[in-house]
Design a protein around this ligand. Structure first.
Ligand SMILES: Cc1cn([C@H]2C[C@H](O)[C@@H](COP(=O)(O)OP(=O)(O)O[C@H]3O[C@@H](C)C(=O)[C@@H](O)[C@H]3O)O2)c(=O)[nH]c1=O
Length: 183
C-alpha cells in the first residue's frame, strides 16, 4: 500500500495494492501496522459505518465536537464519490482549507480524515456504497457541521449535479463564519 500525506497535515491518501486474477480481486482494506508505520499516527478504530446513496446525494460537512471528535478512514465499496474534508483545527496552518479526492471502486483509494476535520461527500453514481472506520463512537449530542456550500470554505463540488439531495439536517447546517468568527 502507498501512503501519501496531502497538503493538509495528518490527512493521508492510502492506495492499496490490488491483486487481480481470474476470480476477481483481493485487497487489504486496513493494515494497522502498515498504516501506523507509514503515518506515525496510532489508530484505534471502534466503529465501522456503511451508507448507500444515489447520484446527487450530498452528505456533510460533518464532525463531532470535543471528546467525541472522530478520525475516519473512508472508502468506496461500490460506485464513486467526490470526498471532501476541511481542516477545522484553529492552530493549523491550513485552518479553513479543504482537500478533495475522487474515491471509487476502481482504484480503491482511501482517505484518512484526522480528528478536527469536517467531512462530506457528493455521490457520482447511483447505488454507491460508502464505508468508513471511526476511532470514536457516534454521539448524537456532539454532532456538528458546516453547510456544504459555505462561502468561506468554498468547496468546489466539481462533479455535482444541479439536483443535489441533502437531508433536512444538512440543509440547516451553519456557516463556517458563524462557528469560528469571534467578532
Ligand atoms: C453517523 C451515524 C448515524 N446514525 C444514525 C442517525 C440517523 O438516524 C441515521 C442517519 O444519520 P446521518 O443522517 O447523520 O447520516 P450521514 O449523513 O450519512 O452521516 C455521516 O456523514 C458522513 C459525511 C460522515 O462523515 C459521517 O461521520 C456521518 O456524519 O443514522 C447512527 O446510528 N450512527 C452513526 O454513527
Amino acid at each position: 500500500m502507498i501512503v501519501e500525506e496531502t497538503y493538509l497535515k495528518d490527512c493521508y491518501i492510502i492506495t492499496p495494492k490490488v491483486f487481480n486474477d481470474d476470480r476477481g480481486y483481493f485487497l487489504e482494506t486496513f493494515n494497522k501496522k502498515q498504516f501506523e508505520e507509514s503515518t506515525g499516527i496510532k489508530t484505534s478504530f471502534v466503529q465501522d459505518n456503511q451508507s448507500k446513496s444515489n447520484k446527487g446525494v450530498l452528505r456533510g460537512l460533518h464532525f463531532q465536537t470535543g471528546k467525541h471528535a472522530q478520525a475516519k478512514l473512508v472508502r468506496v465499496i461500490k460506485g464513486s464519490v467526490l470526498d471532501v474534508c476541511v481542516d477545522l483545527r484553529k492552530d493549523s496552518k491550513t485552518f479553513g482549507k479543504y482537500f478533495s479526492i475522487v474515491l471509487d471502486n476502481i482504484k480503491h483509494q482511501q482517505l484518512f480524515v484526522p480528528k478536527g476535520f469536517a467531512h462530506g461527500f457528493v455521490v457520482l453514481e447511483d447505488n454507491t456504497v460508502f464505508a468508513y472506520k471511526c476511532d470514536n463512537y457516534y454521539n448524537k449530542e456532539a454532532e456538528g457541521g458546516i453547510i456544504y456550500n459555505d462561502k468561506t470554505v468554498n468547496v468546489d463540488w466539481k462533479f455535482s449535479t444541479d439536483a443535489l439531495i441533502l437531508s433536512q439536517k444538512d440543509k440547516d447546517l451553519p456557516t463556517f463564519k458563524s462557528l469560528f468568527n469571534d467578532n
